[in-house]
Design a protein around this ligand. Structure first.
Ligand code: FRU
Length: 326
């Protein structure tokens, strides 16, 4: 039952250039369509920090009820998020954070934990020389900092493991290839490469392949998407040894926005679960995620049928009104 209230939710997305971001948007849109009172608008900043600030400014000016943000970088987005909260418009951070606690809630996996889990996996599976290269995401975005922190916390406790180099990537595969090539040419004797996401892990594997090292080095990534060339497929193909699942949290973010709008009690830090995916569980996880996808398709289909019926009803209704005139 809808009393005609419209809840305006604005999502400021950093970019739309990879499957993880697209999946985040998709799950948020599906969740929004289950709540007829919600009017969800997504603005895509195209990986441009200044644009993202403008997008959030726009949401504030439009009188948006709740703003959801996945900030490209932490520092430059801090002031605008604080401004929104001060004006009384709640802001939910998804996946990435700002340099302040002045936001309403965070939802996403614990990125320090993601780094720790990757390191623990490598420590317990290492039977070689223990030499590791780490490839980070964009250092000015919070998950890169946090994954790196968690990763070295664990590695530092194990003297048999050696983090020999850290390459600063930008979350995309092309940013790591030239540097990694140079590193591997000067020291090919690396046991593990930990890349902070699967796209960079695949780029690292391709670089190793050019040098004939792809079977010697083991690769661990993050995200574990169930998409073509996503982490789950890469694990199944044996390209990655493991990927740490990084859920997008699109559905949950939208539900949280509604709770906040309805003034229900919430927790500030909402952590989503993560898990290591390797060849032992890749198949079962894939079939579970396939089922979720199928259910989402069914829901979408049903929603389309409902609005089709509504349109038909509306036109029959006006036909009946027309006929009663005669
Ligand atoms: C997607 C992405 C993911 C990564 C996340 C970190 O744009 O790069 O691969 O896990 O952002 O914020």
């Amino acid at each position: 039952p809808n009393d005609g209230t419209v809840v305006k939710i604005g999502f400021s997305q950093g970019m739309n250039t990879d499957d993880w971001r697209r999946q985040l948007n998709k799950s948020m849109v599906i969740e929004a369509s289950l709540h007829p009172e919600v009017n969800l608008e997504i603005k895509d900043a195209n990986n441009d920090v200044q644009q993202q600030i403008k997008d959030i400014e726009k949401f504030i000016d439009l009188g948006t009820d709740v703003i959801i943000v996945s900030p490209i970088e932490a520092k430059p987005l801090t002031a605008i998020v604080e401004k929104s909260v001060k004006k009384g418009i709640p802001v939910i951070m998804v996946d990435r954070k700002i340099n302040s606690e002045e936001y309403t809630a965070y939802i996403g996996a614990d990125n320090i934990e993601v780094g720790r889990i990757a390191a623990k996996y490598i420590v317990s599976n290492s039977n070689g020389n223990g030499k590791i290269i780490e490839i980070t995401g964009l250092k000015t975005s919070s998950p890169a900092y946090e994954r790196g922190l968690g990763f070295s916390q664990i590695i530092d406790q194990h003297p048999q493991m050696k983090l020999v180099s850290v390459i600063n990537g930008d979350w995309e595969s092309r940013s790591v290839k030239p540097q990694l090539k140079k590193l591997l040419q000067s020291d090919p004797d690396i046991e593990y490469i930990f890349a902070q996401n699967d796209r960079m892990a695949l780029g690292a594997w391709e670089t190793a392949q050019e040098l004939g090292l792809e079977n010697k080095i083991k690769f661990v990534g993050v995200d574990a998407l169930n998409t073509p060339n996503g982490g789950i497929e890469l694990v199944k193909k044996g390209i990655l040894q493991a990927s740490i699942l990084y859920p997008t949290g699109g559905n949950e973010a939208l539900r949280l926005a509604l709770k906040i709008y309805n003034k229900e009690p919430i927790t500030k830090n909402n952590l989503l679960n993560t898990i290591v995916i390797d060849k032992i569980n890749a198949e079962i996880i894939k079939s579970q995620l396939d089922k979720v996808d199928q259910q989402q398709t069914v829901i979408k289909q049903q929603l389309e049928n409902i609005s089709e019926q509504e349109r038909e009803y509306a036109s029959q209704h006006s036909l009946v009104r027309l006929l009663t005139l005669f």
